[in-house]
Design a protein around this ligand. Structure first.
Ligand code: ATP
Length: 319
């Protein structure tokens, strides 16, 4: 294999740049040429591709976002779109592609590998919602951001004796809420994987108040529903003023954590290794702290297993 491409697709995640750097440097070290595709599959359709050098990835390991930019591209999922992409790959003489993104991006990679392009996928999404891997790049940075915000909100919660709902991202996955709730010492964690029991949330709040607790932090995952309705409900049932903070896109930005940078570096290096070995249709992940790779179909069809043990522990620690 001589020429490979790299693209970032779907939502951005902190650590993507560290991963791009690892792919580019590992490939050049192994005498390959690397081409950066801009704006995900969109750039592949439109030929927005440029050769990358050792210095084009200098000074990016600590930056959030992605220097290749990212996009969603509906056209790529059509037969005509795929044909356009294959033509562009042919024009640039690219025989392999490293794809950084979530499961939608992986499905796109599958379409390309079905048509003879060697593909390796790296899980990059703050949501941590992919079943085949314990961890996706960007997740722990997002959790750090939430924990930092919880600490600040806790100060004002204490000062005013209010309850505060902190709504976090994760789509239908409650991992950002669960991990940040545990690390931030939240009184309650509300996630899509467990049926909401508002009466229990209220009971905890009242018990805490009776013990002299001044603050109350409730972390709620966006997949659960409307945080403002939950707040109204809690306020009506407990008589405690309840405020909502929706953290939003702040969770997607910022300098990647050390853990995300190290994992992104390892996974990027592994992707080049796999291509050098002539492997294709692989999805890199982490299982029990080891870097592993799976068949793309297997990765895409592996159901997420919810960490119920951690959820139960969180309930014990927040009594
Ligand atoms: P995130 O988890 O951050 O949303 P993602 O990779 O799941 O990331 P999507 O928007 O689902 O994000 O997908 C990114 C792109 O992948 C789409 O815009 C499209 O170009 C391509 N894609 C998604 N699904 C398919 C599919 N079934 N077939 C071909 N291409 C697809």
């Amino acid at each position: 294999m001589k020429n490979i491409g790299i693209l970032t697709s779907g939502g951005d995640a902190p650590g993507m740049n560290a991963c791009i750097r690892a792919v580019v440097r590992s490939a050049i070290y192994n005498n390959m040429r690397v081409f950066g595709v801009e704006q995900g599959y969109n750039g592949l359709l439109n030929g927005k591709i440029k050769e990358m050098t050792l210095s084009s990835v200098a000074d990016i390991i600590h930056r959030g976002g992605t220097i290749l930019r990212t996009a969603r591209c509906d056209e790529f999922a059509t037969e005509e779109g795929l044909e356009k992409a294959l033509n562009v790959l042919n024009v640039f003489d690219l025989d392999g592609l490293v794809i950084l993104g979530g499961d939608g991006s992986f499905k796109g990679a599958k379409c390309l590998s079905d048509r003879g392009i060697s593909t390796v996928c790296i899980p990059c999404t703050i949501d941590n919602d992919m079943g085949y891997t314990d961890y996706t790049i960007g997740f722990f940075t997002a959790v750090e951001t939430v924990v930092d915000s919880i600490s600040k909100i806790r100060d004002t919660s204490t000062s005013h004796g209010r309850a505060n709902i902190v709504e976090v991202m994760g789509r239908n996955c409650g991992d950002i809420a669960l991990y940040s709730g545990v690390a931030g010492g939240a009184e309650s964690i509300i996630i899509p994987e467990v049926e909401v029991d508002i009466d229990n949330v209220c009971k905890r709040l009242i018990q805490g108040k009776n013990r002299g607790k001044l603050h109350s932090i409730i972390v709620l995952a966006e997949g659960v529903g409307n945080a403002y309705e939950v707040a109204k409900n809690i306020e009506e049932k407990t008589g405690t003023e309840t405020r909502v903070t929706v953290l939003g896109h702040i969770q997607r930005g910022g300098t990647p954590s050390t853990f995300d940078r190290v994992m992104a570096s390892k996974m990027g290096n592994k992707a080049v290794d796999l291509l050098l070995q002539g492997k294709t249709e692989r999805a890199i992940g982490i299982r029990e702290n080891e870097i592993v790779d799976f068949d793309l179909d297997e990765a895409l069809s592996t159901e997420r297993v919810f960490n119920n043990e951690m959820y139960e522990m969180a309930k014990v620690l927040s009594i």
